[in-house]
Design a protein around this ligand. Structure first.
Ligand code: PLP
Length: 282
């Protein structure tokens, strides 16, 4: 694989970053993941806008212009010949002697790489996935997409150890979101429920697109918090992310939803999202 590191395209074995990089030492960095369909980027402008917001919230500079960044995205996709998968891009505050005070003149680091994988035609879309609920122990600015991913990583490991596919995080009795995705339930009367935007969750790009589709389809949507108990009684559930698009959830804490197979609304939303993503990718 060819990766991009601070101005160079190099084989991944040769890619180097300073041991003093603040991303490495302090988790002082932000990232984005854009999906690739037919070799093109899905909803990339929205990912760029969210990156800009993350950078601003942390008083971090751009390593290059937005246009240059998109050129690099396209170039890593081209060099790796990726048709379907994701491009990961990370900006850190750069390298400086270790200090909690932000360095004045560090140059931000930019790293980018692709991950070729299937997103559309995956078995989980037909079988649905299982989740367990675990305590949300993350910091209080989950709206910023930082590289501090230890807490969600531990949550996912706990889910895997319990035989589940992923974790839904719970704070003060309510589900915030998934370990790396936004969480949705569909009530018995067909209402789509997902937590409203705040600093408690990441403002998912896929979440936004799916809510727009739901609205166009005339489905009822409520942006509000829900408890694990409400989720156990739901007709359907699903998660959204750039890596999974819309993925039906059929089991929550060992309670099976409906017939234990992906429900009609979640399946339809997945289909419509993929259709839109393919049509609008560029
Ligand atoms: N929530 C969290 C904590 C995430 O890490 C992610 C994606 O990585 C999402 C939600 C989904 O966001 P998006 O749809 O923009 O990929």
């Amino acid at each position: 694989r060819i990766v991009y590191v601070n101005g160079e395209y190099v084989p991944e074995e040769e890619a180097k970053i300073s041991v003093f990089d603040r991303g490495f030492l302090m988790g002082d960095g932000v990232y984005e993941v854009s999906s690739i369909l037919d070799g093109k980027l899905v909803d990339n402008d929205a990912h760029l806008a969210r990156l800009e917001r993350s950078l601003n919230e942390l008083n971090m500079g751009w390593p290059c212009t937005k246009e240059e960044l998109v050129d690099i995205q396209r170039e890593v996709i081209r060099r790796n010949d990726v048709e379907e998968g994701a491009v990961y891009w990370q900006i850190t505050r750069g390298a400086a002697d270790r200090d909690f005070v932000f360095p004045k003149d560090a140059k931000p680091s930019l790293v980018m790489f692709t991950q070729a994988r299937k997103i559309v035609d995956v078995p989980a879309a037909k079988t649905g996935m299982s989740v367990i609920t675990v305590q949300d122990i993350r910091w209080h600015r989950r709206d910023i997409k930082t590289v501090q991913l230890l807490a969600p990583s531990l949550a996912k490991m706990e889910a895997k150890a319990a035989g589940a596919d992923d974790a839904w995080l719970v704070e003060d009795g309510y589900v915030t979101e998934g370990s790396s995705n936004n969480a949705f339930i569909i009530t018995q009367d067909g209402t789509i429920v997902t937590r409203k935007l705040s600093n408690d969750i990441l403002h998912g790009i896929t979440r936004r697109a799916v809510l727009k589709i739901a609205e166009q389809e005339g489905l009822k949507v409520e942006e509000r918090s829900f408890t694990p108990d409400e989720a156990y009684d739901a007709a359907e559930a699903f998660i959204t992310s750039a890596s999974a698009f819309v993925m039906p959830v059929v089991k929550i804490d060992n309670r099976i939803l409906g017939n234990g197979v992906p429900g009609p609304i979640a399946s339809k939303l997945r289909e419509l999202y993929i259709e839109m993503a393919k049509a609008e990718a560029k």
